[in-house]
Design a protein around this ligand. Structure first.
Ligand SMILES: *Cc1c(COP(=O)(O)O)cnc(C)c1O
Length: 393
């Protein structure tokens, strides 16, 4: 079984690059260049140096003693929450900004939903002296005001997407429109393993450092480099892909995905793509996404802003088709409970997204000798208002 993208940008039946004619030149250039640039020794040296000194890698693989005791198994947390800016997203933005520089681009455009990808992009643009424009839905700008302030503080221009529901989908549309109008000097940074080829594969490669580190860290801690389980949440799929990457071919390693179940998969308020998604083209690639009878994407819902995306990357559509990954829909209340449990047992406040992965512990039965790695994709500072409201703090 093959989990790598093929030469046409497909994972099995999913993927590809469905873009308007005006962007074809940019996409062709990226497809031709990205592997070559990523393999340049000087690119790798610069990337690895920034990951070490700026992001703070390797992030720890922490043996969670309280959770291990409670669930009677060996639970390890991969601490992406300790990355600079508070989540795994910066692994990817550093890679894409370095690539943009190598391709001679002067300006960066990105879209953001909750603001996390926007903040990571604005951060790296500030570091590298690149001009940065971030599109964000006008409604999201209201709901995520602290992240808007962060981006502005870092020197980015934040532009409000005013059409439609004024959330992520509109921000993507407007960022793409900006790229269509400025194809020569601008690089479009996508924040997850979504979009036209080569973005999903490129982002996967940038995030694969997570599982590369897990292997080495487990070898030291357990005397074997492969765990029995890796568990991660999926919005678009980038932190999960990073955590799974070097284990895809190890068929003994069970890979578990936690999707945003919202209020339940049949409630109409969910982001559980694997359960109710249908095949179609979303954001330039063929994948699964939740759609109405007209084939248009449905509004996704999850209490976690990073998971309320109506689809996921084409790799996940493929992983589902070949049954390599188990999908669980974690509802809002379960995620909240798991977040509080981590606070109380380990003294770590997780991002709400990551709490969905933690909630899997309560839904499965593990053996005492099992090694279970949970990717803690981000920290919970950004979610404190949400936690405070939910728990009446
Ligand atoms: C953005 C985000 C996610 C969801 O995105 P993926 O691409 O699926 O990883 C998950 N966790 C955190 C902390 C995020 O910021």
């Amino acid at each position: 079984m093959n989990y790598q993208v093929d030469e046409n940008g497909f994972y099995g039946n999913f993927g590809g690059a469905f873009v308007p004619e005006v962007l074809q030149k940019n996409i062709d250039e990226l497809q031709e260049q990205y592997r070559l640039v990523l393999e340049e020794p000087e690119f790798q040296r610069e990337m690895n140096q920034l990951l070490a000194d700026y992001v703070g890698r390797p992030t720890p693989l922490y043996f969670a003693r309280g959770l291990s005791k409670k669930y009677q198994t060996k639970v390890y947390l991969k601490r992406e929450d300790l990355c600079h800016t508070g989540a795994h997203k910066i692994n990817n933005t550093i890679g894409q900004v370095l690539l943009a520089q190598r391709l001679g681009k002067k300006k960066i455009v990105a879209e953001t939903g909750a603001g996390q990808h926007g903040v990571a992009t604005a951060t790296v643009c500030a570091l590298m002296g690149m001009e940065c424009i971030v599109y964000m839905g006008a409604l999201d700008m209201e709901r995520q005001a602290p992240n808007v302030a962060r981006m502005k503080m870092l020197g980015a221009e934040v532009r409000a997407a005013q059409s439609g529901a004024k959330t992520l989908k509109e921000a993507v549309d407007e960022a793409l429109m900006h790229w269509i109008e400025n194809p020569d000097d601008t690089f479009y940074i996508i924040g997850s393993v979504v979009g036209p080829h080569p973005y999903p594969d490129m982002v996967a490669r940038f995030q694969s450092v997570i599982s590369k580190e897990i292997k080495a860290q487990l070898q030291l801690a357990e005397g074997r480099s492969t765990p029995d389980y890796v568990i991660a949440c999926v919005g678009g799929g980038s932190n999960a892909t990073g955590a799974f990457y070097h284990f895809f071919d190890e068929e003994n390693v069970r890979l578990i995905v936690a999707e945003g179940g919202g209020k339940g998969i049949d409630s109409g308020q969910t982001a559980a793509t694997s359960f109710i998604g249908k095949t179609g083209v979303l954001h330039g690639s063929k994948t699964l996404f939740m759609q109405g009878d007209d084939g248009n994407p449905l509004e996704a819902y999850s209490i976690s802003a990073g998971l309320d995306y109506p689809g996921f990357g084409p790799l996940y559509a493929h992983l589902k088709a070949v049954d390599r990954v188990d999908f669980l829909a974690i509802e809002d209340d379960s995620a909240m409970k798991a977040a509080l449990e981590l606070c109380k047992t380990e003294g770590i406040i997780p991002a709400l997204e990551s709490a969905h992965a933690l909630a899997v512990l309560d839904k499965m039965v593990f053996k005492p000798e099992d090694v279970v790695v949970i990717n803690l994709s981000g920290r919970g500072d950004k979610d404190l208002d949400n936690y405070a409201a939910y728990f009446n703090l």
